[in-house]
Design a protein around this ligand. Structure first.
Ligand code: GDP
Length: 360
């Protein structure tokens, strides 16, 4: 499954955040792989629609979409040269599909900053530089071989050209995710090289709780990473929220002017950064969200439930969540003409409530 790798300098709050995330883990029972490794956490995508569906269908269970996070320790200055746990770190991060960088913006003088001062922009640069250096190393190692291959087999030429262009871009200080398209590089040509900076990024700014309501401050931080998405939270507050009964947690959030835990936002933004969306199914047994890539067709969506559903796909009886709720029941939605019979070319939309028809 697709995972989000959490990186950041030491002492920025990564473990605090990761522990809060995984304590939140309602999915461990449903997803056995959740407990395979101590640094992997599988958490449920918060989706208020599921509870409403479960009410409508009197479902026994609610099953949210799983989102995997992996805590990638060991990113320090010089990691690309093998400093710290350099190599283990690089192997771990290569497997992640998106990179979530935790950035310290809290001021606590009792928590030592590795570089002696709190500077989000410097920290972001340090991390980005390490990732770019790692990619440059990979490219410099591969280029002589790729160039040889390109001379022997012309279908290898685009790969060698893309690798050379990528090295140039990185030398200019631009990540591939930010700059490849503008430089005319097709990242698909680079896939075999497993580069780090081709992955989509998102940022968590770990801020003091008083700053969460300071829009000007948060806007400045957002501007550092735009167009990548930024999530703001106080990791310490988040770790306290996890241990509180629901009512008290709500009160604490209200007292700091937050509509929901920062972790919920992080999970949602992470999921979106992976290029994923969900469709929904409901019945007396369960109300459930299923994960599909944005752009998936109806048969592909059916295949996520079972490969037989995809193979024998006939059609998808589909209603949008909003229409279903407005109508008040599936029968009423049908009577109102809101339920569509979609065929094999239908491109799924987030929040479609679906029942598949298929041949066995
Ligand atoms: P990591 O090295 O990035 O995993 O950082 P940790 O999660 O271990 O946090 C380092 C220290 O900073 C610990 O003492 C945490 O309690 C503290 N810390 C983490 N988040 C916050 C925060 O939001 N505010 C404050 N004041 N301290 C924090």
């Amino acid at each position: 499954s697709l995972t989000i790798g959490i990186v950041g300098l030491p002492n920025v709050g990564k473990s605090t955040l990761f522990n809060a995330l995984t304590k939140n883990d309602v999915l461990a029972a449903n997803y056995p792989f959740a407990t395979i490794e101590p640094n992997v956490g599988v958490v449920g995508l918060p989706d208020p629609r599921l509870a409403k569906l479960a009410e409508l269908y009197d479902s026994q269970k609610v099953i949210p979409a799983p989102v995997s996070f992996v805590d990638i320790a060991g990113l320090v200055r010089g990691a690309s040269k093998g400093q710290g746990r350099g190599n283990a770190f690089l192997a771990n991060i290569r497997d992640a599909s998106a990179i979530c960088q935790v950035v310290r913006a809290f001021s606590d003088p009792n928590v030592v900053h590795v570089d002696g001062k709190v500077s989000p922009s410097d920290d972001i640069e340090t991390i980005n530089t390490e990732l770019m250096l790692a990619d440059l190393q990979t490219l410099e190692k591969a280029l002589p071989r790729l160039e040889k291959e390109a001379k022997l087999r012309k279908e290898r030429a685009p790969i060698a050209a893309a690798a050379a262009a990528a090295a140039k871009l990185l030398n200019e200080g631009t990540t591939l995710y930010a700059g490849a398209a503008a430089a005319g590089i097709d990242v698909a040509d680079l896939r075999e090289l497993h580069l780090l900076t081709t992955k989509p990024f998102l940022y968590v700014f770990n801020v003091d709780e008083e700053e969460l309501a300071n829009a000007e401050f948060l806007d400045e931080l957002s501007a550092l990473v735009a167009p990548a998405e930024a999530v703001f939270m106080d990791a310490k507050v988040e770790s306290e929220l996890i241990d509180l009964p629901e009512e008290e947690a709500r009160e604490l959030l209200e007292s700091i002017g937050q509509p929901e835990p920062g972790l919920h936002q992080l999970i949602r933004v992470g999921f979106r950064t992976l290029g994923l969306q969900t469709y929904l199914t409901a019945g007396p047994k369960e109300a459930r969200a299923w994960t599909i890539p944005v752009g998936a067709t109806a048969p592909e969506a059916a295949g996520v439930i079972h490969s037989d559903f995809q193979r024998g796909f006939i059609k998808a009886e589909t209603v949008s969540f909003t229409d279903l709720m407005e109508a008040g029941s599936m029968a009423a939605a049908k009577a109102a003409g809101k339920v569509r019979m979609e065929g094999k070319d239908y491109v799924m939309r987030d929040g479609d409530v679906v029942e598949f028809r298929f041949n066995v």
